[in-house]
Design a protein around this ligand. Structure first.
Ligand code: SF4
Ligand code: SF4
Ligand code: SF4
Ligand code: FES
Length: 726
């Protein structure tokens, strides 16, 4: 790699060395010197609109904007002279021309950049005597409100929507002192409702429909945790008051996602307090479920499980786990199935074939899997299947940002015209379901239609010329097709890394923890292979399986030839947040806590292990960890298996560290969003591997849906785009 050229300059009499091309505003950070700014925002295009960042540069006649000035060899910069202070004061006086001075009742009070700047540099009086221009506040959507007089026209919102989101829903209307930000549909927005514009607004001009005027920032606690929705694992900071989540953002920019959150990460937390949450355990008596005490529910579940186990053996019981529960929950769940009951029937709804990827990479897995940061830094990305804009929004953000910042080349093979096509250097449209055939052609030129072959030849030629390629694929590529893909990748130049795209917050963790019929924790081979999730539902419906134990999943809505029915199953036990199709048919229902109500860890689709931290508290539900522990004690009392004696999820993680390759990391050094602590499990025992067609299935969520949680996301459901797209 070519060595980066460095330049030397002096800032406030201190020597500073920075890479050539660095802006002076960034160079000042090296000596912890603040240059105030409004319109400058790292990662977005330069605007030079606010003039707040003025600095003095020797031999330059006028003050310069540090946000557009590139540091050069020998430059001498001052950031704190009397002239600069006077200039900043003047800029602030000007910005306040029309700005209302009602900070005590402004929604942004306490966390407003303008308020902070005026406090530090501003005037205590104004020379303006003219009446301020007033405009009424506008509601652009259920989520976004705009208050023009507060707007300081920094255009951060316009740029983040255009450059960052590639939505381009915001623009500038009118001129001069009358300039305002305008939405794309006259008086309202039609957009992805991500809230990035609200988040990036330095003042109280853009406010959030869910948060505005509910509380003051200093009245809340801030809990960093991991988003509960898709598999990308964005860090989100939940603002909590009286045990209730009021807001989600990531203003500290920590974590694998910087300040990015999609609509679900930012507004999809209100399911926690939805009135339909299950709050009490229930037991079936006749054809109805009745609320009972925890003791009665646990005793009933344990007694019935024990009875079936004694009569028919462990393999008469099926265990369907979750791609949302924590690693600790999943680890205990497979332990219960395998060790307590001796059942091989354990699986979950698989949305990506992580086993296939680990198998294909075998011992190379540790350094061939792609993290979110590496995805951004890649020189080229080959994206096969999936629609990241909808299904994996952070992945889409990383790709778009890579294209914008350093010319990342994107190549796409897809059966649909996905939005990322706009960034693609080459887009190959294949017929529905033909992504794997295209991969086979790339690998060994297996027969394919001539038109497609020509397209793929062009794509291959461009990829051959690239180096450091990231290969990202959805559920369309599984089993043997992943082996073909890795075979093809191994012939490309430079470092080639892979990412399989799953659907939910712990899709990857469920596989790593061994919630699989053929593999235990860390993809170790299970002693005997059990039934897959669809096979279990089918077997239960037909009476071959006597009992189903379901934790945080809704298999009766997804699988089974007999429709939603439980058929001849004698026993159905469910841990759930809401009365799903499966919970409605259960014999015992345990109310469970969501990811925002528990401690533990989750693993995102790129193998980055992150913390879950309890933010909200809802009376009634217990964590899956607690439920499994309670049940194991009841089972032990009834003479089956050993009770789980883990004090807390951290104790389970200690066992995971010893059992699952790649997870041996101190819990205390893992933070929510700590990408650098990513640890990647490696499959230890490579054998030929394939999966039946259709077993790996994406739920095809949109930006506005999140599996069974979708209809309980009240805010998200309220935006018209959610109705249009679901
Ligand atoms: S909510 Fe997101 S998509 Fe909509 S205008 Fe704001 S930044 Fe753009
Ligand atoms: S609405 Fe906020 S982010 Fe947008 S231009 Fe105005 S002050 Fe800047
Ligand atoms: S991209 Fe996924 S993980 Fe990130 S905020 Fe959106 S739903 Fe959550
Ligand atoms: S921050 Fe430099 S001009 Fe606005």
């Amino acid at each position: 790699m070519a060595e980066q050229k460095l330049v030397n300059l002096k800032i406030n009499d201190r020597d500073v060395q920075v890479p050539a091309g660095t802006l002076v505003i960034e160079a000042t950070k090296q000596i912890a010197t603040e240059v105030p700014s409004f319109c400058y925002y790292p990662g977005l295009s330069l605007q030079a609109a606010c003039r707040m960042c003025l600095v003095e540069v020797e031999k330059m006649p006028k003050l310069q904007t540090a946000c557009t000035l590139v540091a050069t060899e020998g430059m001498v910069v001052r950031t704190d002279t009397t002239q600069i202070k006077q200039a900043r004061k003047g800029v602030l006086e000007f910005l306040l021309t029309n700005h209302p001075l009602d900070c005590p009742v402004c929604d942004k009070g306490g966390e407003c950049e303008l308020q902070d700047m005026v406090f530090r540099y501003g005037a205590d009086s104004s020379r303006f005597v003219e009446e301020k221009i007033h405009r009424p506040e506008e509601k652009w959507s259920e989520i976004v409100y705009y208050d023009a007089p507060r707007c300081i026209l920094c255009f951060r919102c316009v740029r983040v929507c255009d450059e960052g989101m590639d939505v381009k829903a915001l623009g500038v209307g009118m001129r001069g002192a009358n300039s305002v930000i305008i939405p794309n549909c006259e008086d309202h927005l039609e957009c992805e409702e991500c809230g990035m514009c609200i988040d990036i607004c330095p003042v109280g001009a853009l406010t959030s429909g869910t948060y505005r005027y509910k509380t003051r920032p200093w009245e809340m606690e801030y809990v960093p945790t991991t988003c509960a929705h898709c598999s990308n694992g964005c860090k989100t900071t939940l603002s909590v008051r009286n045990h209730e989540i009021i807001r989600a953002n990531n203003r500290d920019l920590g974590g694998i996602n910087g300040d990015f959150l999609c609509v679900k990460g930012r507004f999809g937390f209100d399911f926690t307090k939805h009135p339909e949450r299950i709050k009490q355990p229930m037991v079936r008596k006749g054809d109805k479920l009745f609320p009972v005490s925890w003791e009665e529910a646990a005793q009933t579940a344990a007694a019935k499980l024990k009875e079936i186990h004694a009569k028919h053996g462990g393999d008469a019981i099926g265990f369907i786990g979750s791609n949302r529960t924590s690693n600790e929950d999943s680890f205990l769940f497979q332990k219960l199935a395998r060790e307590t009951f001796g059942s091989a029937n354990i699986d979950h709804h698989r949305t990506a074939d992580y086993t296939g990827l680990m198998t294909a990479l075998a011992e190379n897995a540790r350094d061939s899997l792609l993290t979110m940061d590496q995805l951004y830094k890649s020189k080229a990305v080959l994206l096969i299947g999936n629609d990241p804009t909808n299904q994996n929004p952070l992945v889409a953000w990383q790709i778009r940002t890579g294209v914008r910042h350093h010319g990342l080349k994107l190549f796409i093979i897809n059966s649909k015209e996905i939005k990322l096509k706009r960034q693609a250097a080459k887009f190959v449209r294949v017929p529905e379901g033909q992504e794997a055939a295209a991969v086979r052609w790339l690998h060994n030129e297996a027969p394919l239609g001539p038109d497609l072959v020509e397209q793929l030849m062009q794509l291959k030629a461009q990829l051959d010329a690239a180096s450091d390629v990231a290969i990202v694929f959805g559920s369309e590529i599984s089993g043997g097709a992943i082996a073909d893909l890795v075979g093809f990748g191994s012939r490309l130049q430079g470092k080639v890394r892979y990412m399989a795209l799953g659907d939910y917050a712990n899709s990857r963790g469920a596989a790593d923890m061994g919630v699989l019929p053929d593999h235990g924790p860390g993809y170790s081979h299970a002693a005997k292979a059990g039934l897959t999730a669809p096979q279990m539902v089918e077997a239960a419906q037909q009476g071959q399986l006597k009992a189903l134990y379901v934790m945080g999943a809704n298999p009766l809505a997804h699988y089974g030839t007999l429709g939603y029915g439980r058929g001849k199953a004698e026993l159905l036990i469910v841990h759930e947040l809401f009365m799903t199709e499966t919970a409605k048919q259960a014999d015992v229902v345990f109310p469970a806590s969501s990811a925002y109500e528990k401690d533990g860890t989750v693993t995102n689709t790129s193998g980055e292990v992150q913390r879950l931290q309890r933010a909200a508290e809802v009376m009634g539900p217990r964590t899956d960890f607690d439920l499994l522990r309670i049940l194991s004690h009841q089972l032990e009392k009834q003479g089956l298996g050993k009770a789980f004696h883990y004090k807390n999820p951290a104790a389970v993680f200690e066992e995971i560290r010893k059992t699952v390759p790649g997870y041996d990391v101190e819990l205390s050094v893992l933070l929510a969003g700590a990408a650098e602590e990513a640890h990647i499990p490696v499959r230890r025992n490579g054998k030929p591997y394939d999966v039946p067609v259709g077993l790996i299935r994406s739920a095809n969520d949109t930006l506005f849906t999140s599996g069974t949680l979708s209809k309980f996301l009240t805010t998200i459901e309220s935006v018209p785009e959610a109705q249009a797209k679901s």
